[in-house]
Design a protein around this ligand. Sequence first.
Ligand SMILES: [Zn+2]
Length: 316
Amino acid sequence: MKKNIAIDIGGTKILGVSFDEKNKMIDRAKRPTKTHKGIDEVISRLFKVIDSVEENKDNINAIGAGVPGIIKKGVIIFTPNLPLSGFNLKKTLEEKYNVPVYVGNDANTSLLGEWKFGGLDKYKNVIGYFVGTGVGGGMILNGKLYTGSMGGAGEIGHTIVDPAGPFCGCGNQGCLEAFSSKTGIFQYIMAQKRKGRKSILINDVDPEKNIFKSSILENALNENDELAEEIIDKVCYYLGVSSANMINLLNPDKIVFGGGLIESLGEKMLPLIKHYAKMYSILRLYDDNIFTLTSLGDDACIYGALTLIENPEVQD
Ligand SMILES: [Zn+2]
């Protein structure tokens, strides 16, 4: 039996899953990426993940992978979170395993997963937001992933929602990601702490870590914490503004929300996102039913990598 191998390469972990010919999950393996150890270590860890889901190379049919960054024809042109900028991942894996390899941007790939395996494939125009440490985005237009001229399209997290807003990790100011990602929320909590505000969040978020668990925000909301309520409103306001921009620009059939923060708080957030999106949308283009939550959760990128193998024509 030939197997397809789907890989999700992230800044903290590499996840690999093997699928049989009927797309049934056979095995999965996970290893820390250890980005600080450099390129050779990361690639050797990637090989180990693949080998642990299928030890016999001859049983592999093809490999698909989602990687954060700008990807063009299997080359990682630029990646901010991995020591792999300029690395030809497609060629490396094809030479080692002697099978076809397909590589995509992780957020784009996650959107493909939600589209093909999350029940959205009857729609031709689907936008994805993946809200976690950052805000990833992707666009399926006319039934095809839109990757742009360099493979860098879909960076919705770095579209500007307030030019006077806070600084973003990308060096720009007022990106959606600076407001609505967990990194942005962390910065906001620290700023409120400096102002002397009182909140469960200020007690529970570790200032040393630069990030926090979604459950901390969830708990604070359950306790009706004022700052937590304000934050969730703000996060959804900017996601709503951005969604309205997408609706007015692209007239999508569906907008799907996934990522860590959405998995924890999506049910709470979606009504607020819709509320603000409606305020800023061309009303004839707006419909409550456009909005939907992830159905694959953490595995969206894995199913997207499988989609790249089965339908490589969806990506250039
Ligand atoms: Zn940015």
